[in-house]
Write a protein that binds this ligand. Sequence first.
Ligand code: BGN
Length: 285
Amino acid sequence: GTSVIPAWSVTMKDFVNCWNVSTYLVGRFQPKFTEFTPKELAFMFPSLQEGGVFTPSSCTQDQKAAILIPYRDRWKHLHTLLPVLIPLLMRQNVAFRIFIIEQELPGEFNKGALFNAGYLEALKVEDFDCFIFHDVDMVPVNDRNPYRCDSQNPVHLAAYVDKFKYEPFYDGLFGGVVGFTKYQYEQVNGASNMYFGWGAEDDDLRDRVFKKNFTIVRRPEGFYNMIKHSHGKSQWTPSLERFKVYSKRYERQDVDGLNSIVYHQRDLNIFPLYTWIKIWINTTE
Ligand code: BGN
């Protein structure tokens, strides 16, 4: 039947699309890389709600984004990224929740498995439209790069990185920061769970995307600076196994990924800046 909306329930907010009113965007900027304590950050962002939640108050956002940061032993990086990322997301009027997806020791880091576990755990907390998988050391330096999923295709947000002189490092680069809708992530069966250590899990994910007939969206504003690693290079060991795993990627896509991830959620903590989830992944197989 017809329903009558009483006039008093129609507020200005209903008419204002958040993506049309991002008033305070500046484009390219040069952030200072400064580490803050969680306390300082909570003080800096009083409009951030417990768990690292933000809902724009003056406009209507059509997407709710889960910002998923795979993590292990990178406290300094995380608290250098957040003072840039949080206000940027607020300037863009993104409705978001920040998740730190920490892999429990011991064992090699497995970013793909953390993507999958993080995705599933985020959906247990609340429903999301857009999943942004975000490296802990990638700092956005252009706030006109929208933290927003594309309705058609997965997005590679970190297209231009200082480490690669802001040039596309290679055509198929799909690392750093990527965004999927729920539909897109489920279609590609998530990420592979079989890459331990550094490298190739992002190339595998890209090939999954293409195999399911998506393309990749890159925006001209996708500029990032990497936080320098004190060890000079990444402390993750480049895995030698990765070439072998990668060569069988198409055979595995439908049986290795979101539908096969084995993990345990060890801990879930709601902190002022983030929802922190600890994940155990089987590393002995
Ligand atoms: C590539 C790595 C990526 C990494 C980029 C940028 C591989 C594939 C081996 C089959 N790919 O070389 O994982 O994101 O460099 O550093 O190692």
